[in-house]
Design a protein around this ligand. Sequence first.
Ligand code: NI
Length: 169
Amino acid sequence: MVHPIVKYPDPVLQRPAEPVTEFDDALRTLVDDMFESMYDAHGIGLAAPQIGVPKRLTVIDLSFQKNPEEKLALINPRLLAREGKVIEEEGCLSLPEIRERVARSARVRVRAQDVHGNWFERECEELLARACQHEIDHLDGILFIFRISALKRDFALRKIRKLQRAGEW
Ligand code: NI
């Protein structure tokens, strides 16, 4: 089922999400729904708070449905290690039309559970490293506009207010 994407400034996007404790059919349905909602919104990453579910769960598919092996569900993910720094443009389904350059670690090691509750670790670099950091930030209630300079953030917030006034947000 496709869920609508929650946009800034909804409070669910700005507080830490709760750990997932039940690895049951309801969780597997939620993961399926998240992939479906992400594809429907033309995204490559989606965190549960973005569909209004305050749980520590995120899905990523950089291939955008082209390669099933690239479908990644990270449950209760944590960054174990990070290395290097890269500044690249980023966007977010909860902040449509806002794009800014964000500094992220170049490589990260992620530890997470799969839908069955099994822990696994994954080395990520390039876009996958960026996506993991962006999505784990969502689970901590942090949007990428809070990872940029105050000046650029003010500019982005002004643009959002303008879109809101125009009824386009
Ligand atoms: Ni996002």
